[in-house]
Design a protein around this ligand. Structure first.
Ligand SMILES: [Zn+2]
Length: 284
C-alpha cells in the first residue's frame, strides 16, 4: 500500500481570494506573494496503490484547453499529470478509479482529452471508474452565477453517457482503505478521501483546507460559497484528525505538502510540515 503525490500544472491565486477575510498584514507573514499579491499554488493529485486498485484523486487543470479563466490564474504547464504518472511507473490504463473531489476546472481538467483524429473528447483514464458526488454533479450542470466560470463542461460532460460514472450520495468506501467523505462549504458535495495505511491515516484536504496556513478556522478562502459551513466542517474534521493523529495533505500549498496537527489554546493547529514520502520509511 502506497500513496504517491503527483504534481499537475501550477498556477497563482490572488492572496486576498486565497485567505478570505484575513488581512494581508497577517496572511503575508504565513504565505509569500509577488508584487501583484499573487501567491504560487501547487495542484497536487494523489495516486493510491493498494496492490489491487490504483486510485487517482483529482486530475488538475489538464492542458487541452487554455481559456481566459485559466489564463487569469497564470497557469504554468511545466508539471504534467500523465508524464508524472509514467515517471512513477504507471500508465494511464493502469488507473482503476478516478476520484474527482469536485468539478472546478483546476481539479478535473485532466479527466478528458481531445482525440485529434476524431475531434471528440475522450476519457484520459479509459479503464477507470469515475467517482463524483451526486450534489456536485447536479451543481456543475446548474451552476450559480458565482461558480459558473469554474465549470468547463468539456472536462466532464462525456461522463454523462458513460457507465464509468459513479455518483456518490453519502460517505462510501471505494476500497478497504479509502473512504470518501462529503462536505458542502466550498461547493455542494465536495468529496475528500481518508486513506488508512498500516501505521498512518492520510486526509487529502482539497479545497476545504487548501494550505497549511488555512488550518485556523477563520482562514476560509473567498471562493467558498458557504464560509460558515466551511468553518463547521473544518472544526469537525480537524478535531477528528487531531484525535486520530491523521496526516493532512494540502492540494494547493506550494510550500508545504503535508503536516501533522497539535492542540493549542486557540484550537487545532498545524504542527510540522513534511513530505508524504517521509512517512513510508515507517510503513511496510
Ligand atoms: Zn474548488
Amino acid at each position: 500500500m502506497k500513496i504517491i503525490v503527483l504534481n499537475t500544472p501550477e498556477f497563482k491565486i490572488d492572496g486576498g481570494a486565497y485567505f478570505g477575510v484575513i488581512p494581508k498584514s497577517i496572511w503575508s507573514s504565513k504565505y509569500p506573494c509577488d508584487e501583484n499579491n499573487m501567491c504560487k499554488a501547487s495542484c497536487r493529485s494523489l495516486l493510491i496503490d493498494d496492490g489491487e486498485r490504483r486510485m487517482l484523486v483529482d486530475t488538475g487543470i489538464g492542458d487541452k484547453d487554455v481559456n481566459d479563466t485559466i489564463n487569469s490564474y497564470q497557469a504554468d504547464f511545466t508539471q504534467n499529470l500523465e508524464i508524472n504518472i509514467k515517471s512513477a511507473g504507471y500508465s494511464v490504463e493502469d488507473i482503476t478509479d478516478v476520484v474527482l473531489t469536485h468539478l472546478h476546472f483546476d481539479h478535473c481538467g485532466g479527466t478528458t482529452k481531445l482525440n485529434k483524429n476524431t475531434g471528440e473528447y475522450e476519457l484520459s483514464f479509459p479503464n477507470a471508474n469515475h467517482y463524483i458526488s451526486e450534489k456536485q454533479w447536479e451543481n456543475a450542470f446548474n451552476p450559480n452565477y458565482r461558480e459558473k466560470s469554474s465549470f468547463i463542461k468539456k472536462n466532464f460532460e462525456i461522463l454523462k453517457s458513460s457507465e464509468k460514472l459513479k455518483l456518490v450520495g453519502k460517505t462510501i468506501k471505494i476500497s478497504n482503505n479509502t473512504e470518501l467523505r462529503l462536505f458542502d462549504g466550498h461547493t455542494p458535495g465536495l468529496m475528500l478521501p481518508v486513506i488508512k495505511l498500516d501505521k498512518n491515516t492520510v486526509f487529502f484536504a482539497g479545497d476545504l483546507i487548501p494550505a497549511m496556513a488555512s488550518v485556523p478556522l477563520a482562514w476560509v478562502s473567498a471562493y467558498d460559497l458557504f464560509p460558515l459551513t466551511s468553518i463547521e466542517e473544518k472544526k469537525s474534521i480537524l478535531s477528528e484528525a487531531f484525535k486520530k493523529k491523521w496526516i493532512i495533505v494540502f492540494q494547493h500549498d506550494y510550500y508545504n505538502e503535508c503536516c501533522d496537527l497539535k492542540k493549542t489554546e486557540k484550537g487545532v493547529r498545524a504542527n510540522k510540515s513534511f513530505k508524504l514520502e517521509d512517512i513510508f520509511s515507517n510503513e511496510k
